[in-house]
Ligand binder design. Structure first.
Ligand SMILES: [Zn+2]
Length: 397
């Protein structure tokens, strides 16, 4: 079956000055949380003395992930220690060549294991792990979370973090003003194509536009994977991302299958523009093969609007026969399915009682109920050809 969306259903925010002004206004109004921990000796830096204490930042690429090391006056902050225990000694050796200071804090740009697998290692040594509250719905260890925006001041350092879910449901952009450095996590990579399957092209453009508004020509822009880049590099990335997206959406609108899109010459050349390391298998990688499928199953689905009452009815806790629980919650009009310590994903309405798990062609969730105005008695989770898993409604979150 071809997916033929109604053109008007697509939410698109082209990057432009108006969009930027709106997003900055939204940021200014959103929850703004400031943490000033008392853990380690606080630095008495005068306000006008920034230049004298510009923090040192190092990048230690480990298993392909850019791991950031920020040197405060007394301690270190690590960003994205995405390596397992067996690779820790290699990382620690490189770290100790740079500094003997203890690691006091760890930040994750998002929950994916290749950015968070080493959290526990540092937590056991006394570091506090900080990230977006959706890290709770992953296997990542986390101690402190925030929901929208965080200003973190400690040890002569300032880290500003902004929640913009583009690549994943826990993405944060980290800005370190005194070091003129930005960490974009996997909202920006220099050796792979864009993967904005959680927030779509609108959130992809929002995070890039925010980064560009914070950056000048000297800003160091750290991608989740690949080489440290400049503002100009990020502008080029945004432009080729939008060109690729526009081309794919046009082909989906024309009813092209994913296989046909993958064989299209223009699609292939636009994709190859992201092959920053000239990998020979790039075009045939699983990731590139499923890009069109994921766009089709996130932003090109037929639009179905659910009213507030409908959304409220399906909200709840659902219990599987093995005791595991799933939560259905509604945030800003969007429906999410989540399990603590495991996963979170948006559910997109397909009509009737059926929902598609965003960007996942094979996963459908449906609700069992007596009538459209009754609360569901259960939900059914179906993954491809597997038998559906039933979870019985057992209350509200
Ligand atoms: Zn990722």
């Amino acid at each position: 079956m071809q997916i033929v969306p109604r053109a008007a259903t697509r939410r698109r925010i082209h990057s432009n000055l108006w969009g930027l002004a709106v997003s900055l206004l939204v940021l200014a109004l959103s929850v703004w949380m400031v943490i000033v921990p008392a853990g380690i000796a606080s630095a008495q830096t005068p306000k006008d003395d920034h230049a004298a204490s510009e923090p040192k930042i190092h990048i230690i690429p480990t298993l392909g992930t850019n791991v950031g090391v920020i040197e405060g006056e007394n301690a270190l902050i690590i960003i994205d220690p995405g390596f397992p225990e067996e690779n820790a000694s290699e990382f620690m050796r490189k770290l100790r060549e740079l500094s003997a200071k203890p690691v006091a804090y760890v930040f994750n740009t998002h929950a994916h294991y290749d950015h968070s697998e080493g959290n526990g290692l540092f937590a056991r040594e006394g570091a506090k792990v900080i990230g977006h509250s959706n890290l709770k719905y992953s296997s990542a260890h986390v101690d402190w979370t925030f929901s929208s925006r965080l200003t973190f001041k400690e040890d002569g350092l300032t880290l500003e973090a902004f929640y913009i879910p583009s690549h994943s449901y826990s993405d944060i952009l980290i800005h370190i003003p005194e070091a003129n450095t930005l960490f974009l996590g996997d909202s920006f990579t220099t050796n792979s194509h864009p993967t904005f399957y959680a927030g779509g092209i609108a959130k992809q453009n929002e995070v890039i536009d925010l980064a560009l508004s914070l950056a000048d020509d000297d800003t160091k822009i750290v991608p989740g994977h690949g080489v440290v880049s400049t503002r100009q590099d990020l502008i080029a990335y945004r432009d080729k991302t939008n060109a690729l997206y526009d081309h794919v959406i046009t082909l989906i609108d024309q009813g092209w299958s994913e296989r046909r899109i993958h064989a299209d010459e223009e699609y292939q050349s636009r994709m190859l523009a992201f092959n920053g390391e000239n990998r020979s298998e790039f075009l045939d990688s699983t990731a590139v093969r499923r890009f069109a499928m994921r766009v089709a199953n996130s932003e090109a689905l037929p639009s179905v609007d659910l009213d507030e009452q409908q959304l409220e009815l399906i909200t709840g806790i659902y219990r599987q026969t093995d005791g595991a629980t799933l939560e259905v919650v509604v945030e800003r009009g969007a429906v999410f399915l989540r399990r603590t310590g495991d996963f979170i994903a948006e559910l997109l309405p397909l009509g009737g009682e059926a929902f598609r798990m965003r960007a996942m062609a094979d996963v459908e969730v449906s609700f069992v109920r007596a009538g459209a105005h009754e609360p569901p008695t259960a939900l059914l989770f179906r993954n491809g050809e597997d038998a559906p898993v039933e979870a019985v409604r057992s209350g509200t979150p």
